[in-house]
Design a protein around this ligand. Sequence first.
Ligand SMILES: [Zn+2]
Ligand SMILES: [Zn+2]
Length: 396
Amino acid sequence: MLHDNTKARLADFDDRKEELTAIRHYLHQNPELSHKEEKTARFVADKLKSWGYDVTENVGGYGVVAVLSNGTSKRGIAIRADMDALPIREETGLDHASANDGVMHACGHDGHTTILLGAAEYLARTRRFDGTLTLIFQPAEEAGTTSGAQKMIEDGLLERFPFDMIFGLHNHPGAPEGQILLREGPLMAAADTVEVLVKGRGGHASRPHLTVDPLVTACHMVVALQMVVSRFTDPTQTAVVTVGTIHAGEAVNVIPETARFAITVRSFDEDVRANLETRIRQMIASVAAGHGAVAEVDYQRGHPVVFNAAEPTALARSVAEELVGEDNVGTCNLIPGSEDFSHYLEFRPGCFVRLGNGVDSAVLHSSKFDFADESLTVGAALWARLAERFLEEDAG
Ligand SMILES: [Zn+2]
Ligand SMILES: [Zn+2]
């Protein structure tokens, strides 16, 4: 068979393995927290500039956007990698362990960034595409309601750097290295946080009839909230309502004035999500009323559902099968964690891909976690070939 050098193949990245591993280890050794990725962003921007990209820095914080156009097509694809690390003290004992004490790439964003750099170098060198390539190196994925995707969108990302479709990936502990997992439709959960302040009337613990006990009220609320999923959510749907904290009282002989608790709410469907909010608010209000107390509810909407559209997911699956074979492409189960990539998907169709990090990999956010270097070239080849396929030169 003739050597096919007209498209990106996995083998094209074989001789890049060492270089990509070195980049990944450098990033792993020099982790930076959300909103503080100054050096990481500069490192990324310098490389992209050296390969001929039109680079814009400081987009929504330390975000870096690299654009490369080729040919005449108006089509555009965006690929995003996240760059931030976590406030965790690394315990891997590896040679390339964090040199920044108390900060660690425990979610593998060092790997995601390296993969996109690998694809960037390849695509700039080969230029077998017709259209515009937009590479988004995003800060602060781990930052909750002030996360990088939201900040970059607020800073005009979609208007300043137009694209038709967007892709991103996350490593996946538990799946073999290099395996690619996909799921059309909902993949990762919407995550909302609810803070509840129960106001009663404090007094002497021996005379409860003269008080409104916020502690007992809050306890009833916690129990009542267990009904929100079991009795008020469609059983064919999935949701989680977990009360993660509760605080009330200082002394055994005092009924306190207030009690506080906080809830995390996870769902995979916008209607379910809206219903959960309605039911949680109703439940808290009615239990408060029954106890003669008042409850203040601060309902904070977090990241929406990561929803993979049909067309980009089919494209990603086809490219994945082309690169690693059908046997190494699987269907991903629903993941109750959340991801700020979902914000891009509210504006553009796209697909979030999961890439195996090894069956024995430590879990994400563990002090023992490390990104699997074996997956670097698979990820880079996936992005390179995906860009070529979406921006096919003879597509017209
Ligand atoms: Zn994470
Ligand atoms: Zn992550």
